[in-house]
Design a protein around this ligand. Sequence first.
Ligand code: COA
Length: 707
Amino acid sequence: MSSLDFLFNPGQIAVIGASRSPQKIGHAVLDNIIKSGFEGNIYPINPREEEIAGLKAYCSISDIGAPVDLAAISVPAKHVTAVAEECGRAGVKGLIVITAGFKEVGKEGLKQEQELISICKRYGMRMLGPNCVGLMDTHTPLNASFAEGFPNQGNISFISQSGAMLVSILDWSFEMGMGFSRFISAGNKADLTEIDLIESCADDPQTSVILCYVEDITDGERFVEVCSEASKKKPIIILKSGTSSAGAQAASSHTGALAGSNRAYDAAFRQSGVLRAESMNDLFDMARAFATQPLPGDARVAIITNAGGPGIVATDAVEKCGLKMARFNRETIDKLRGNLPSEANLYNPVDILGDARDDRYRFALEAVLEDENVDSAMVLLCPAAVTEPENTARTIVELNKKHDQKPVMAVYMGGKTLTEGRNYLTANSIPTFTFPEPSINSLSGMIRYNEHLKEPAPSEPVGLDNVSHDAVRKTLDCVFADRRVVLLGHEASNVMAAYGIQVSKTYLAASEEEAVEIGANLGYPVALKISSPRIAHKTDVGGVAIGLQSDNEVKRAYRKIMENVRYYLPDAPVYGIEVQDMVDEGVEVIVGMSRDVQFGPLVVFGLGGIYVNLLEDVSFRLASALTTREEVNKMITETKAYALLKGYRGEKPADIEALSDTILRTARLVTDFREITEMDINPVRVHNKGATALDVKITVEEVNEKK
Ligand code: COA
C-alpha cells in the first residue's frame, strides 16, 4: 500500500461544501464522486441541508461519527482553516483543498496558506492544493474534482501544476482516445508537491508512464533523489514551463552567464533519468508511445513507406534524433527482393511504392520485424487511389502483437481519407501520427529511457586526498572580515591549492621590492597582475604583464601597471600586484560553477578562453553528480574540446585524467562550501602531463548556517 493510498483509494470521502445547487463547485465535486462509481462511503457536509444527491448530509465532519480518510473542501477561503482544523480533530488523513484565494492572491492569502500547512502538520494530514481542481483515479474509481468528465481508463498518470491545463487535456484526451490511470491537479503545492505525487505514481501498479507539467520545482535536491529512484520504475516525462534566462543575464562570471535555470533543470532531469518534453505535443506524443509499446532494444529503426519524400523526411529525423537506420541482413533483403516490385527500394527506408496495397505493407513489415538488426519499425502511409488504410491498420496491429518485443509506430500522412484507419490504430494501441518527426522523436525518448534503465548503478564516489577544509574556511573568513564578495587572485589560488587543484603560484606584493623578491624566488619568467576586488577584467585596464625575465623588468612592469590603473580607474581600491609563475602550454578549457536556487551548484566544463560565451562548447552537471570519474569523463566527452584534448591534427594528447581530477575537486569544493556562489577557472591549462588552473575567479556570499 502506497503512502498516499488514502488520497487515491480512500475508504470514505467527505465533501465539505457539498451543495444542492448545480452551479456550485461543491455540487460538481459530489456529483463527480458519485458518477465515477466510487464504492466507499460518501458524506456530504453542509450545515443547511439534511440530504444532498440522495445521501444523508452532515452539519460538520465531527457529526459523522465514523472514520473518514479523505475530505474534499470547497467552502470559501475564509472558512477553510476552521474546516481543516475540524478534519484534523476528526482524524481525516488527507485533504483536497479546491478553494482558491491563498498564496496566489498575495500576502494575506499566503498567511492563510501557511496556517493551513501548520494545521496539516499538527494533525499529520497530507493536503493536495489549495487552489486545485482535485484528483481522479480511474482504477479506484474516484473522481474527486470539479472537472467536466472522467478520463478513459488507461495507464498514464498526469500531474499538473495548472488546473486549466488539466481540464483542457482531459477534454482533448476523449478526442484522442487516450486513457489515464490518474489525473492530479497539484494547485499551489502547499504540502504535496509533484515530487510526492511522482513518488506515489511510481508505486501505483496501474500506472506505467508518469507525465508532469510544472512551472517550478522548489526542492531540487529531493526532486533528484526521488526521481532518480522513481525513473528506474517508470518513465517520467516532464514539461517545464517558465524557464527564464533572467538569472543568467545577471551573472558576473562566464559560467553564470552560460548557466541559467534552464540548464540547471536540464542537468537535474538528466541526472534523475527524467525525460524533458519540449512542448505539450511532445509530452503526449511520448506518453502514447510509452503507454502502448515495448521499449526498443536499441536504436536501429526500419522505415516502410509508400512514398519517397516522406521516407526521406523520416530518415532525416532518425539522424537528427541520434537514432540509426537499421541495416537489414541478407535474408531480409532477399525476401524483400523476391516479393516486392523491381522498382521498390529494398534498403532502409523500404519504399514499397505508391501503388502499394495492404499485402505489400504486410510483407515488408513482417520481413523487417523478423530481422535481428531491427529494433523498431515505423510504417508510413500516404493516401493514393489504391491504398488500403484500414486493412493496413489491421495488419500493423496484428504484426505488432505477433512481434511484441519491438515497438511499431504508424504515420498516416493525410486527413479525412485516413481517419478510420488512424482511429483503428489508436484504439488498438499503435501510436499514430500525422507526420514522421514526432513519431521518431517519441521513439528517441524511449531509447534514451532504455539506456537510462541499462545504466549500471554509479560506482563509489572517488576519494580525494589533499583536501583541506580548514584552509579554505580561513581564506573565506578573511574575505568576509574584509566585507568583500570577490576573492583576490592569491586568495582564489590558495583555495584551489587547499583542495589539491594544481594552480599557478600566485603571491601578493604590496611594493615593487616585494614583487622583485617574489619574482626572484619563483624563478623567471613571471607574470604581474593587478589585485583589486573592483577589477574583474584586468587586461582591459592595462593591469597585466607577462613573460617578465628579470628584476628590472618586474620593477618597470610594476610601475607601469600602477600607472595604468590609476589612470583608467582612479577610484578602484588596489591591494597590490600579484606575482605569478608562468605556466607551461596546454589546451585551454574552462571549469566553473554557478549556484542554482533550486538545484544547488551547477558545474560547467568546456572550451576555455575569452570566446567561451560565444562558442558555448560546454557541458553541465549538478555538482552532486560529479563524484565518479565515469560521470566526469562523460561530461568531458560531450564537448568539442574533447577532440582537442585527445590530440587534434597530430598534437600530443593532453592529460585528461588530470583535468577530470580538477573537475572532481571543483565539484567537491563547491559542494562543501555553500558560500561559493560563482566560480570560473578560465583557463585551466591541460598539459601533456598535469593541468594547471591559471586564472581563478571566486564569488562568495556569507551563509548563516555554515557547513
Ligand atoms: N461547512 C460546510 N459547508 C459550508 C461551510 C462549512 N464550514 N461553509 C459554507 N458551506 C456551504 C455553503 O452553505 C454552500 O452550500 P449551499 O450552496 O447549500 O449554500 C457551499 O458550502 C459553498 O459555499 P458558498 O459560500 O456558496 O461558496 P461558493 O460555492 O460560491 O464558492 C469556492 C466556494 C470554494 C468554489 C470558491 O471560494 C472558490 O475558491 N472558487 C475557485 C475555485 C478554483 O478555481 N480552484 C482552483 C482551480 S485551478
